[in-house]
Every structure is written in C-alpha cells, then in structure tokens.
Design a protein around this ligand. Structure first.
Ligand code: PEP
Ligand code: MN
Length: 339
C-alpha cells in the first residue's frame, strides 16, 4: 500500500500517522521527495482500512498495490484447487461436472423423476432448493425441512451428491448430509453467514451477487476461507444490467478473469443468467468453451407447472441434448477430457 501525503505536512502530524501505522503491524518506509512525501507499507495490509487513511487531513491519496484477498489469490497458490465432492466427482484443475436439477424441491415424485433423468444424462451433482430466496413473500418459499428430507432420500436412492441453498445459519443442522452448500446471489455479502460457513468442513458454492464485482466475489470467498474452510467453488450467474431480453447478463469474461486471479474453480449457471430455456444451451456451450470448471443447469420434468423458475428450466430431454453437446465442446478443448 502506498500513501501519498499532502504538501507541507507538519512533522508532528506525520509522526502521528507513522506511529498509528506501527500499531497496525506493518512497517512504513518513507520516501521524501522535493515536494511530496510518500509512505510505502510493507507487510500484511489486508486488514488496513484504506478509507480511514484516505480520509485523514494530511493524506492526498492511498493506493493498494496487492489484492486484499490472500487465501483465494492465485499469486500465493499458483496451482488450481481441485474441490473433491466424492470419488469421481470434482471441480477444478481439469475436473468438470454438471450440476442439474429443479429450482425448488416440490415433491418426492418430482425429485425422483428429475434425479434419475439427469443422472442418466451424466450430471454429477443433483440440485434442488428447499429454502428459496424469492423476491415476493407471496411466492413459493420452498418446502423447508420437508424439502431437505426429500433431497436426502433421493441422494440415498440415486447415489448422487446433492447441493442446496442455505439462507440462515440456524438451518445448518439440516445440511449434515448435503454434499455442497450453496450460498445464493442474494446472500453473497451476508458476512455473518459466510463466517459461519468458514468454520465447517464442507464445500461451499458461492454465487456472484446481482450487482457485485469479481473482486467483491473474491472477498466473499475470502471470508469463508479465512475461517479455515478453503473448499470454495465460485459461480457466475449473470449480473444486473440495462438489458431486458434476458433475466441477467451473463458475464462470461468472469471465467477468464477469475481463473487469472484465483485458484478456485469457477462454475457457470446459464439458467439464472438468461432466464430463458432456449438460451441455456448456447450459453452452456460458451461457458464450457471459455474453460468453466462446471455448469449449473435447472431441469424440470414439467417446466410450465414448476413452482419456481419454469421459464428457464430445461426438460430432461433438452438437458440430455445440452449435456451431450457440452461433452463435445470439452472433448474439443482437452482431447482426453472426460465427463
Ligand atoms: C438458485 O440457484 O436457485 C438461485 C436462487 O440462484 P441465484 O442465487 O443465482 O439467484
Ligand atoms: Mn432458480
């Protein structure tokens, strides 16, 4: 971090700043120019409050030269992280999986039908929300405990690992048999929730917030990792823009940028990104071609009657077609890629 001081700063004010910086556990190196003094901070500056410094009367500007995310940073962990869910199911470092299933768990029969279908089409992980973050309080909110029971039973019957969203940490005991815990876009910056998830030993799929930068996504991942849980999978699911033809705007460059900045795997969700079933396939193929480490696709046995997100849900037949095409793209990218 570099702090530039204003001109003609009084010596005692400067000394005061330097002694405060010392209490922050960083060492300050002073460069005195003819007109301006610059202070270079060396050490772990991640916890230093930049805004506090830039608000000081004697400070002209503050600049960070290293990123405040350490554990998620590729600089300190050059190799891709491979997040293993179970034998044969992993994300990152060349490992690729498709997560598929309905937006919400609706009934035993619905989950069973969809699970068998997506499994047969090659999906590695089954999704389904039991706690749904809906914009309207009058919309279907999920089956809660009953939904969790259904998910666990389908997991046992099909042998598929499951992913489902947590909205409140008080529900954590219900997530014991869940293989991946999802943090939805609306909770990406629920820092108390992230801190609690940092204390457990389970993979977390962290979705990008509706209007959050990639740096903010990485800082949220850092919250989880700083607590000791380093098994974080990032998910790009589109961001809000002025465009109305799609539900969100899929930021595919996120895949390339995140692979540059972090060692964590990156999954793309073309369903929430587009909101339209017929746009899911082209975006799934584009995501695979861009090097995503996985996909999350909503599939429903009867989309027009789905209790949530029917318009963006693929039928099992459409999903089968997408999964086949994605495998072809993967094979073209990495000639010996599987799955
Ligand atoms: C979901 O995956 O069911 C979901 C609610 O997605 P998002 O948080 O990306 O809106
Ligand atoms: Mn959904």
């Amino acid at each position: 971090m570099i702090i530039s001081l204003k001109r003609d700063v009084r010596r005692e004010d400067r000394e005061h700043l330097l002694s405060w910086l010392e209490t922050q556990g960083v060492s300050a190196q002073i460069v005195e120019g003819q007109y301006q003094t610059v202070i270079g901070l060396v050490g772990d500056t991640a916890h230093i409050n930049m805004d506090l410094i830039s608000g000081m009367d004697i400070v002209e500007s503050v600049m960070r030269i290293s990123e405040p995310y350490k554990k998620a940073n590729r600089k300190f962990h050059p190799d891709d992280s491979v997040i293993r869910i179970r034998e044969g199911v992993a994300f990152g470092g060349g490992e690729f999986e498709i997560i598929a299933g309905p937006c919400s768990v609706e009934s035993d029969a619905q989950m069973e039908t969809i699970a068998q279908a997506v499994k047969a089409s090659g999906a590695g992980v089954l999704r389904g929300g039991a706690f749904k973050p809906r914009t309207s309080p009058y919309d279907f909110q999920g089956l809660h405990e009953e939904g969790m029971r259904i998910l666990k039973e389908v997991r046992r019957r099909t042998g598929m690992p499951i992913i489902t969203e947590i909205m409140n940490i008080i529900h954590l005991p219900l997530f014991e048999e869940v293989d991946i815990i999802q943090v939805g876009a609306r909770n990406m910056q629920n820092f108390d929730l992230l801190k609690e998830l940092g204390r457990i030993d389970k993979p977390i799929l962290l979705k990008r917030g509706l209007a959050n930068s990639l740096k903010e996504l990485l800082m949220s991942a850092e919250y989880i990792m700083a607590g000791g849980n380093e098994r974080v999978i990032l998910c790009e699911r589109g961001v809000r823009t002025f465009e109305t033809a799609t539900r969100n705007t899929l930021d595919l460059s996120a895949v390339a940028v995140l692979h540059d900045l972090t060692h964590l795997p990156v999954v793309v969700d073309p369903s929430h990104a587009t909101g339209v079933a017929r746009y899911v396939k082209p975006m799934a193929l584009a995501a695979a071609a861009a090097g995503a480490d996985g996909l999350m696709v909503e599939v429903h046995n009867d989309p027009p009657r789905a209790l949530c997100d029917g318009p963006q849900s693929l039928t099992p037949e459409q999903f089968d077609d997408v999964a086949r095409a994605v495998r072809k793209v993967r094979a073209a990218l990495v000639p010996d890629a599987e799955g």
